[in-house]
Design a protein around this ligand. Structure first.
Ligand code: 13P
Length: 260
């Protein structure tokens, strides 16, 4: 498999600066060099809160071992947008990667598809690596409408995206809402089937560059299920919430992604 594998820890609204720095430091110390050297197609990222970025930044490097990621990014660089932090400011803090459209932002803060698309477009144009999150809620899955729901999220997010912005810097994370923080993981076949659907859609929308994008799974990923998920095929790594707050669990998941 030539696609880049990613494992990204989304720390959400957890960890003050001290514990965030300690966790990053521990992760760096425990990532075996051989893993990264032997496998240049593996990337590992962490997304602390905005206020912990500078505490964590000395333990990350743009070329590895840890990528510094933001949990969100504004759709503009600066201006009268209270509370927002845009690409220029994040780049200044050493961030080159951003999570966009996480379901917690879509659901708790009512971020609409159009805003998710604007953030994605602006961040890609600014040179960021972007992790676009998609995923259906439980009622949609129960009504068997999950594929069309996710495809609609994709087509809205990519509405006006120029084809040249579909590159290695574009990553998709499939995170079914019902699996996030619930301990209820999608089965490997559910995850793999959705990843194939997403890949087929990207291929049709962008041509070969679309079909070659890394697609991550997120939602209650743990050391106990990571290898089985990888083995299902078409899963290029993970976006990890709760388990990423524990260095040894996170690194077990990294190993599963590297070996899968
Ligand atoms: P959990 O791994 O805690 O389910 O969270 C997944 C997630 O939302 C990652 O972005």
């Amino acid at each position: 498999m030539t696609r880049v594998r990613w494992v990204i820890g989304n720390w959400k609204q957890n960890l003050l600066r001290g514990p965030a720095e300690a966790l990053a430091k521990r992760m760096v110390a425990e990532i075996p060099n051989q893993l990264l050297e032997a496998d240049h197609r593996l990337r590992i990222g962490i997304a602390p809160t905005f206020l912990a970025l500078d505490a964590v930044s000395p333990w990350t490097r743009p070329s590895g071992p840890l990528w510094l990621c933001a949990q969100d990014i504004a759709a503009q660089d600066q201006g009268a947008f209270t509370g927002e932090i845009g690409p220029e400011m994040l780049a200044e803090a050493g961030v080159k990667c951003a999570i966009i459209g996480h379901s917690e932002r879509r659901n708790h803060y009512r971020e609409p598809d159009i805003l998710v698309g604007a953030k994605l477009h602006h961040a890609l144009k600014a040179g960021f690596t972007c992790v676009l999150c998609v995923g259906e809620p439980l009622d949609v899955r129960n009504q068997n409408r999950h594929e069309s729901y996710v495809i609609s999220q994709l087509s809205n997010a990519f509405h006006q995206l120029e084809n040249e912005l579909c590159s290695e810097r574009l990553i998709i994370a499939y995170e079914p809402v019902w699996a996030i923080g619930t301990g209820k993981t999608a089965t490997p076949s559910q995850a793999s089937a959705m990843h194939r659907t997403i890949r087929a859609w990207l291929l049709e929308r962008f041509g070969p560059a679309g079909g070659d994008r890394s697609i991550l799974y997120g939602g209650s990923v743990k050391p106990a299920n990571a290898a089985t998920l990888m083995a299902a095929g078409d899963i290029d790594g993970f976006l990890v919430g709760g388990a990423s707050l524990d260095a040894s669990k996170f690194l077990d998941i990294v190993h599963a992604a590297a070996n899968g």
